[in-house]
Structures are given as structure tokens and as C-alpha cells.
Design a protein around this ligand. Structure first.
Ligand code: F6P
Length: 342
């Protein structure tokens, strides 16, 4: 078969490991001919692809980013988008697509599948917010990077007896923040799923600091929201794809803490550091298993399905199910995390 792989949306550690596994089993086991679409769906729109083989993927397992490039461009954004993708697929004789992406890329894959394109999906995102899978690859790496950073912040925070507000990624959900909060021993964690009350946050910090010389570390997901009416938010800024450009909630929280408590408060925004660099061993293994399962799914004609991790096993779920709702933080895990607050 002639199979084209693409990586869409924000990049994520482990993308190359997935591509490598698809190529490895495709070429060696099935005798496939593999292609990569450049910059996600853009390559399919503009007929820009590269050949992929075992040789060209050598050395990519530990490399972050994606050798194919990525973008948020989607065919449905163009009046002639579907036609252009069809033209590329016909011209290059592509039999099937392997689409590796997060919510936006996979929602588009689902629509393409409904429109008759033969494809399977692979869930990717450091945010871990795709339904139908216990975990997405990249999440473990992001959690580890943020935990390492906070381990370092602890000592400087303690030396200066300061409050440190650390902003982590998490657009709509707080998986990274919750895990990092537990792993790094956060004083308080703020996530989008649980709107916070700045008054209560400050009261908890005051109580804690009255007990003695305590530095505090707050882990704040970039999408964390105050309870309606409790704190004024700055105007939203959108990117060219209509996504709110987040980042900045931690500065607001820090300013309020300093104003209301008098404690010296500093902000660290970890930002794209969480998405860069080499994947953890766990993510390399998960990505590899996803890639191998994806090429099997193609050969079994599992069109419109996504590979997923469930209870340690790799399974398939319909893309329709995976993109129907975002996976939010399990309330039991949030309850565990909050046992350690303040
Ligand atoms: O990969 C998902 C994510 O990390 C979100 O948490 C974050 O809001 C977004 O990507 C930012 O991506 P970019 O800066 O590429 O628009």
C-alpha cells in the first residue's frame, strides 16, 4: 500500500517515534511505500510530500518535534480544500492516511473520514485531553519537564521566602497542572475545570505563612479561570486559527497575591519548554506502540478509528468518540491533589 503520514497541530515529544514505528512496520512487515505530508494537512493541500523509509528515520527516536513539520492548517478552511486534498491523493496514488494530531487535527480527520477518505488517527498532545485514551504521548514528557523545573524553584523560593507562581500548559484542561502539582508538591494548583477564588487562595497562603517561614509554589494551568466576577481578566487575544492565545493568568494571580497578602511573589511561565526536546522513555514506548498499532489498523481497514491506550493495552476507538468531548481531569485525582494544598 502507499500510505501517507502527517503530523498536525502543536508539536509534541514522541511524534518522530510514531512516524518511525509506522515506517518500520509498514516497510519491513507489510512492504508498504511510505510518504509524509509536510506541515500537517498543508502538504496534502499543496501536494508537498517526502518519501519516508527506515533509513531516513534513523536517529529520530529521541528527537523532539516532528521531521515532517506541523501546522494548524485544515482543508475545510478553504472552499476548494477537499478538492485539493483529493487531487494530491489521486496524483500520488495514496491508499490511506495516518493522521497524528490533537483535538483540532483529529476532528478534521473525523470529518475527512466521513467524507470518504481512508484514514486512521493517532492521539497526540502534551495536554492529554483526548477522550477514548487513558494517555496521549508527550504528556509524560511535559509533566517531567515541569516537575524538574519546579524542583529547582523550590530551593530559590525557600531561600527568599517567596511565593512562586508557575504557569504550565493546559488550554482547556488541567491534566499537566494536576500531575505536576502532585509530583512537585505544589502549595496550590489552579486548573480550568475548577474555577478559583483569589480571596480563598490568598487566605490559604496567609494561614500557611503565619505558621512560619514557608515558601509557596502555585502551579497554574494557562487556561485556569477565576470564579465569575471575582477577578477581572484582560481582553482575549486570538491567533490566526481562532484559538485564544493563552498565557498571562499567572501574572494576574501573582499581582493579586502580592497586593492582597504583601508576600513577595514571582512568576515563571514554562511555556513551550514543556513541548520541546527529547521524549521520556515512557513516551517513546507509547509512541512506538501507537505507531505500530496504526499501521496494523490501516492494513485491517479500520477507517475512521483512532489507536488508544486503555488499561495498558493498545485498542481502537472511533474518531467520532475521541473528538466528541475533551477529557477533563478525573475528580478523584483532583481530590487527591487537593489534599496537599496550602
Ligand atoms: O499542544 C497544546 C498546547 O500545548 C496548549 O496547551 C497550548 O495552549 C497550545 O498548545 C499553544 O500552542 P501554540 O503556541 O503552538 O499555539
Amino acid at each position: 500500500m502507499r500510505i501517507c503520514v502527517l503530523t498536525g497541530g502543536g508539536d509534541c515529544p514522541g511524534l518522530n517515534a510514531v512516524i518511525r514505528a509506522v515506517v518500520r512496520k509498514g516497510e519491513r512487515h507489510y512492504g508498504d511505500d511510505l510518504l509524509g505530508s509536510l506541515d500537517g494537512y498543508r502538504g496534502l493541500l499543496d501536494t508537498e510530500t517526502v518519501s519516508l523509509d527506515i533509513e531516513s528515520m534513523r536517529g529520530t527516536l529521541p528527537r523532539g518535534g516532528t521531521v515532517l513539520g506541523t501546522s494548524r492548517i485544515q482543508p475545510y478552511a478553504f472552499p476548494d480544500g477537499l478538492e485539493r486534498v483529493r487531487r494530491t491523493i489521486d496524483a500520488l496514488g495514496i491508499d490511506a492516511l495516518v493522521v497524528i494530531g490533537g483535538e483540532g487535527t483529529l476532528a478534521c480527520a473525523r470529518a475527512l473520514s466521513d467524507d470518504g477518505f481512508r484514514l486512521v488517527g493517532v492521539p497526540k498532545t502534551i495536554d492529554n485531553d483526548i477522550s477514548g485514551t487513558d494517555l496521549t504521548f508527550g504528556f509524560d514528557t511535559a509533566v517531567q519537564i515541569a516537575t524538574d523545573a519546579i524542583d529547582r524553584l523550590h530551593t530559590t523560593a525557600e531561600s527568599h521566602d517567596r511565593v512562586m507562581v508557575v504557569e504550565v500548559m493546559g488550554r482547556h484542561v488541567g491534566h499537566i497542572a494536576t500531575w505536576v502539582g502532585i509530583a512537585a508538591g505544589a502549595t496550590i494548583t489552579l486548573i480550568p475545570e475548577v474555577p478559583f477564588d483569589i480571596e480563598q487562595v490568598c487566605a490559604s497562603l496567609l494561614r500557611r505563612h503565619q505558621r512560619g517561614r514557608y515558601a509557596s509554589i502555585l502551579v497554574v494551568a494557562e487556561g485556569a479561570l477565576p470564579r465569575p466576577g471575582s477577578l477581572e481578566l484582560p481582553d482575549k487575544v486570538y491567533d490566526q486559527f481562532g484559538h485564544v492565545r493563552l498565557g498571562g493568568i499567572s501574572t494576574l494571580v501573582a499581582t493579586e497575591i502580592e497586593r492582597r497578602t504583601g508576600f513577595e511573589t514571582r512568576v515563571t511561565t514554562l511555556g513551550h519548554v514543556q513541548r520541546g526536546g527529547t521524549p521520556t522513555a515512557f513516551d517513546r514506548v507509547l509512541s512506538t506502540r501507537f505507531g505500530l498499532a496504526a499501521i496494523d489498523a490501516v492494513h485491517e481497514g479500520a477507517w475512521g478509528e483512532m489507536v488508544a491506550l486503555r488499561g495498558g493495552d493498545i485498542v481502537r476507538v472511533p474518531l467520532a468518540e475521541a473528538v466528541a468531548t475533551l477529557k477533563v481531569v478525573d475528580p478523584h485525582l483532583w481530590d487527591d491533589a487537593s489534599q496537599f494544598f496550602a
